[in-house]
Design a binder for this molecule. Structure first.
Ligand code: ADP
Ligand code: ZN
Ligand code: ZN
Length: 815
């Protein structure tokens, strides 16, 4: 009896295992099994069961037996299994990778290599073995191991400060100085238990109690539920031994109980539950949606509402309808849109039926939330990208808020787009799917125009609040008049001053790209670059380090140029940091706060900064795109955008679309309360059509222009696109792989298919890997798929290293 198993490996291939009969009978599709793979142990997923091996599978002798079945029943429902199959097929992703995404992190068992130093290794290191000759790099690695005997590779790398070259490792192993073994990774999350205590019958009537025993009994009498022992410790200062002796005397009962880790626990309660009557416009849209839900088949809708038009209110109302009918709802939000405040608002309005899934949760919290959904205890899920696979059983409504957001696309395998996956899930479950946005993706709007999606719109803000006035500040003029290149133009500085004097709040957006600081040498002109990536290191003044934003590599700021030894190094500060310092100098009395990846690093720091701004304890909030989404600050009357130019000049056909979206979202933060808002955008190219349409709040105008460009250039939605990326630490092998794949593609491509490249990627080297890419455009999606399938198949016969070829279908970035 045999199982076909998908493994979470970057291979588009499944594997066969033998299964003992007593296990075979209870195995279900999607169930997890622990299997041997090469010299590792991996968690796999059962795809198929066979009494006899099917044709084309490897011969019986080579087939190994599974170790065990991991779950009592399959954690993956037939519906999710089908969805995963579609994702795997559409995005050319490994089915095992996709199925792994469907489960909360931490449930997957996996083995890893552990290394330890041998006696011979110690002898070589200490010089006792005079026949051993060690290179400096080998000595360094052995030295690390001699201090800490048992390590996995990642820990060694972080201690040694850089990756260990493979040949160094190989030599250490083959000389018997290091030993490696496979151990199961024990970092597996499970249900959390805590010690609780409850009163035994008749305890209250006992006499001869000590003071502390009596206090425990009084405390327990008052509480309806078992009390965690930690609470008793804290409240009554009783010791463990007191409690244990009380348990021996049968006064109390001590036992372990499962606890639910609640991600809402330490969220500030700054959202109150308010019921609002829907406006006329909202009512109309709601009526249409309500009708579609009742139709009970797949209906995709684009809800196009300007910023502040009250889309969230509509989502909440329709979810309430679903709850009344015992149907489940799923709400997807972009990573930075799902703030604690938004989560709190949903919880306050919909109660404990809401579960939340996002990357800020601890593995334990995610595990518990996932099980709450699986058991059917949560009927509403709000979450980020991967929540599209949430195990809701009776799904009838899916909302994708800010559907245009590129963070819905996963940039690692499986490279799925959560919006498109949500549409597919809607199709499989006959659900209503609402795509909401003020600035829909070009493809989405195109589909709505063609009638593929129903189109509903909210053209004005709630209570007829006006949209803010958007003004472009021509930085060329500013330069000619002031004779200096300033970060803050005179117009913007003046506007900030005005708001400060009126006690109003200000948001400043800094588009990180192009503002990141770096170090150049004035003698030789070179930048200091990351040793793993071909990228300039960013200078962070406060921590006095140079940091790589791609691989996390950090080094102290050097005194001398590493290229020429000159001492004339010029430090350009990180954008946000520099702008913050400038602001502080210009407005010494203002309270200024900064939100970017660095300042929001710590858990809850992000929420805290936003909450302070919300409570008006801060006048100016400065930040990257993190400040552009989902926040509702009624006292903000000025939004300043320091530069629109870098993102417009990006080498990617999406750049106008992205800039339009970002600037419109950002503008949408101004004037959401009683006071009218204003937006100032600094630019050197005020003539650009993208900026013109932003000032007019004219999405349709922008769309008309952009769609003509897309048609003319044969870009989506008129073509299907695949980006092929080859990554390899070895440069020659990278070149060989991309060239071979290029040959294959050109061999199988029909005349309708255009292949651009291969070229070096704009990010030519990341984390020690060289990168080459190719772009494939096809009028027909079917043909695109076919040529890729054929090339991959033929490639395996010609020695193509599949795991080095990364296929990105419908890429959202071409970097
Ligand atoms: P969007 O998501 O479309 O940008 P929101 O849902 O955040 O808009 O709503 C914008 C503001 O209008 C919020 O402060 C919200 O509380 C308020 N609002 C929404 N609907 C109503 C309503 N029917 N009556 C009063 N205020 C509303
Ligand atoms: Zn130099
Ligand atoms: Zn790097």
């Amino acid at each position: 009896m045999f199982l076909e198993v998908a493994l979470p490996l970057p291979l588009r291939q499944t594997f066969y295992y033998r299964c003992p009969p007593f296990e075979f009978r209870r195995v279900q599709t999607g169930q997890r099994v622990l299997v041997p793979f090469r010299n590792r142990k991996l968690t796999g997923y059962v795809i198929h069961q066979y009494d006899e091996l099917p044709l084309g599978s490897p011969n019986e002798g080579s087939i190994r037996e599974i170790f065990c079945v991991l779950d009592g029943e399959s954690l993956i429902s037939p519906e999710i299994f089908r969805l995963a199959g579609w994702v795997s097929d559409y995005y050319f992703a490994s089915l095992g990778d996709v199925l792994k995404c469907c489960l909360p992190t931490g449930v997957n068992l996996r083995s890893k290599n552990r290394f330890s130093i041998t006696e011979a290794g110690l002898a070589a290191l200490s010089g006792r073995d005079s026949s051993a000759s060690l290179l400096p790099a080998e000595r360094a690695v052995l030295a690390v191991f001699s201090e800490k005997p048992n390590f996995d590779l990642r820990q060694v790398v972080s201690l040694a400060g850089a990756a260990i070259p493979e040949n160094t490792l190989r030599k250490l192993l083959s000389n018997g100085w290091l030993r490696s073994e496979q151990v199961l990774d024990r970092k597996v999350v499970s249900a959390k238990e805590q010690l609780v205590i409850s009163l035994e019958n008749g305890a209250a009537t006992k006499t001869n109690l000590t003071e502390s025993q009596a206090s425990v009994i009084r405390f327990l009498e008052k509480s309806k539920w078992p009390v965690p022992v930690s609470t008793l410790h804290r409240e009554l200062l009783v010791s463990y031994s007191t409690l244990r002796s009380m348990a021996r005397k049968r006064m109390v009962h001590l036992y372990k109980n499962r606890v639910q880790r609640d991600p809402f626990e330490d969220v500030n309660h700054f959202a109150e539950h308010v019921v609002r009557e829907l406006t006329l416009e909202q009512k109309q849209v709601f009526g249409e949606l309500d009708q579609s839900v009742r139709a009970s088949h797949f209906v995709p809708v684009l809800l196009h509402g300007v910023t502040g038009s009250g889309k969230t209110e509509i989502y909440l109302s329709i979810i309430e309808c679903m709850l009344r009918e015992q149907k489940d709802s799923l709400v997807l939000m972009p990573e930075i849109g799902l703030t604690p405040r938004v989560a709190q608002e949903f919880r306050a309005r919909l109660g404990h039926d809401v579960a939340i899934l996002h990357s800020g949760l601890s593995d334990g919290e995610r595990f518990d939330e996932w099980w709450r959904i699986k058991r059917g205890d949560a009927k509403v899920v709000i979450g980020t990208r991967s929540a599209v696979f949430a195990p809701l059983q009776n799904l009838k409504l899916i909302v994708v808020d800010e559907e245009h957001d590129p963070s819905y696309k996963q940039q690692e395998s499986p490279r799925y787009h959560a919006r498109d996956t949500a549409l597919m899930r809607g199709k499989l479950t006959n659900s209503l799917v609402i795509l909401g946005s003020a600035t829909p993706a070009i493809e989405t709007f195109y589909n709505a125009r063609k009638g593929k999606y129903k189109y509903l719109s909210l053209p004005s803000r709630v209570n007829s609040r006006p949209l803010p006035a958007v003004r472009l500040v021509d930085m060329r003029m500013d330069f000619t008049e002031s004779r200096k290149r300033s970060v803050f133009s005179r117009d913007l500085s003046q506007a900030i001053q005005e708001r400060l004097s009126r006690g109003e709040q200000i948001l400043i957006l800094l588009n990180r790209r192009g503002f990141s600081g770096f170090v150049t040498c004035r003698s030789c002109g070179q930048n200091i670059r990351c040793r793993n990536c071909s990228i300039s290191l960013s200078y962070h003044k406060k921590r006095n380090v140079l940091l790589c934003h791609y691989c996390g590599y950090a080094q102290k700021t050097p005194k001398l140029c590493p290229h020429c030894g000159s001492e004339y190094l010029h430090y350009l500060r990180e954008g946000t940091e520099k702008a913050e310092a400038l602001l502080a100098r210009m407005f010494p009395a203002a309270r200024i706060s900064r939100l970017d990846r660095d300042s929001a690093g710590k858990k809850n720091a992000h929420a805290q900064i936003l909450s302070q701004f919300q409570k008006q304890q801060v006048d100016i909030l400065l930040g990257t795109q993190m400040i552009s989404k989902g926040h509702d600050f009624p006292n903000v009357t000025l939004v300043g955008i320091l530069s629109a130019d870098h993102s417009l000049a990006f080498p990617d056909f999406h750049c106008a679309e992205r800039t339009f979206q970002l600037l419109s979202q950002m503008s949408g933060r101004a004037g959401r309360g009683e006071l009218a808002g204003e937006v100032l955008i600094q630019t050197f190219y005020p003539e650009h059509y993208c900026l013109k349409f932003v000032t007019l709040h004219d999405f349709t105008g922008f769309y008309e222009k952009e769609i003509r460009f897309r048609q003319f250039m044969h870009y989506p939605p008129f073509t299907a696109l695949a980006n092929i990326l080859v990554r390899d630490k070895n440069l020659e092998s990278a070149v060989r792989t991309i060239n071979l794949f290029n040959d294959l593609l050109r061999e199988y491509a029909s005349s309708d298919i255009k292949i651009l490249g291969p070229t070096l990627s704009p990010l030519a080297k990341i984390k020690l890997e060289h990168r080459f890419q190719m772009l494939i455009k096809s009028k027909s999606r079917r043909q695109l798929k076919e040529v890729l399938k054929k090339s991959l198949l033929a490639g395996t016969q010609r020695g193509l290293e599949l795991r080095k070829v990364h296929i990105d279908i419908d890429p959202v970035t071409l970097m």
